[in-house]
Design a protein around this ligand. Structure first.
Ligand SMILES: Nc1ncnc2c1ncn2[C@@H]1O[C@H](COP(=O)(O)OP(=O)(O)OP(=O)(O)O)[C@@H](O)[C@H]1O
Length: 229
């Protein structure tokens, strides 16, 4: 569903991704693990068209999105939950979700979104800024899902979130994968979370995938070593 081929991304003279290849199937969760500064956020931002691609190609299904602008990529079925969530603090929960509907030309929040995140239904009139970190993360995921994506990108979703909410988020992401058949790419530094949700675990180091394993075959000690400073 998501097919990234020889992706090169640079900030001015400084090349961060050096020809990265990545394929994610429908109904698959891939965790990209790596220490700070290894290129996870750069990959996500490049896939969303927020920063330009120097060379290489990105496809969603059969569609080449490499040259598309961010909003056009959303229409083609790629959605993004940025690091730090970036919800709109002064807008209500419902209004935040509605911003995701615009891409599809719809105006009503589908009820299955609130089924996935019942707490958001309870709080739909509350301002986003008044939600807890975990609730804001759920809101950011709901807003992304409102665009009806085929591919969902999440950048370090567990950052600053308490363990019980992290476990709940893991359950929800697996449910989203299974019920909606999504391809999910999640960048992570927390190995336990990655092992909980991922079908495949990749390690990125200095802008390159240096290690890859199916979940069942992951050598935890080896991955942990990549993550330790
Ligand atoms: N706007 C920018 N201009 C120049 N260099 C940048 C910019 N943003 C990131 N970088 C550099 O690109 C490299 C990759 O950063 P990136 O944010 O993608 O890493 P990351 O793996 O997401 O790390 P983190 O977990 O800290 O978010 C780093 O060396 C970083 O300093």
């Amino acid at each position: 569903m998501l097919d990234v081929s020889k992706l090169v991304v640079a900030y001015g003279q400084s090349e961060v991704l050096h020809g990265l290849d990545l394929t994610v199937a429908p109904n698959e969760i891939v965790a990209i693990m790596g220490r700070n500064g290894m290129g996870k956020t750069t990959l996500m931002r490049a896939l969303m068209g927020i920063i330009p691609t120097r060379s290489g190609a990105v496809r969603v299904g059969p569609t080449d999105i490499t040259k598309l602008r961010s909003y056009e990529r959303v229409v083609e079925g790629i959605a993004y939950v940025p690091q730090g969530r970036m919800i709109f603090s002064n807008m209500t929960v419902q209004e935040n979700i509605e911003t995701g509907l615009i891409a599809r030309g719809e105006s009503r929040v589908p009820s299955d979104l609130y089924d996935l995140f019942p707490v958001l239904l309870e709080m739909k009139e509350r301002r986003g800024g008044n939600l807890s970190g975990g609730q804001q993360q759920q809101l950011a995921i709901a807003r992304a899902l409102a665009t009806k994506p085929k591919v969902l990108l999440l950048d370090e979703p567990t950052e600053g979130i308490q363990p019980s909410i992290i476990r709940e988020m893991g359950r929800t992401l697996k449910r989203i994968r299974d019920e909606k058949g999504l391809s999910v790419v999640v960048s992570e530094q927390v190995l336990s979370f990655a092992l909980d949700i991922a079908d495949r675990v990749l390690v990125i180091e200095n802008g390159e995938i240096v290690h890859e394993n199916l979940r069942a075959e992951v050598d935890e000690a080896k991955v942990a070593k990549f993550l330790s400073v």
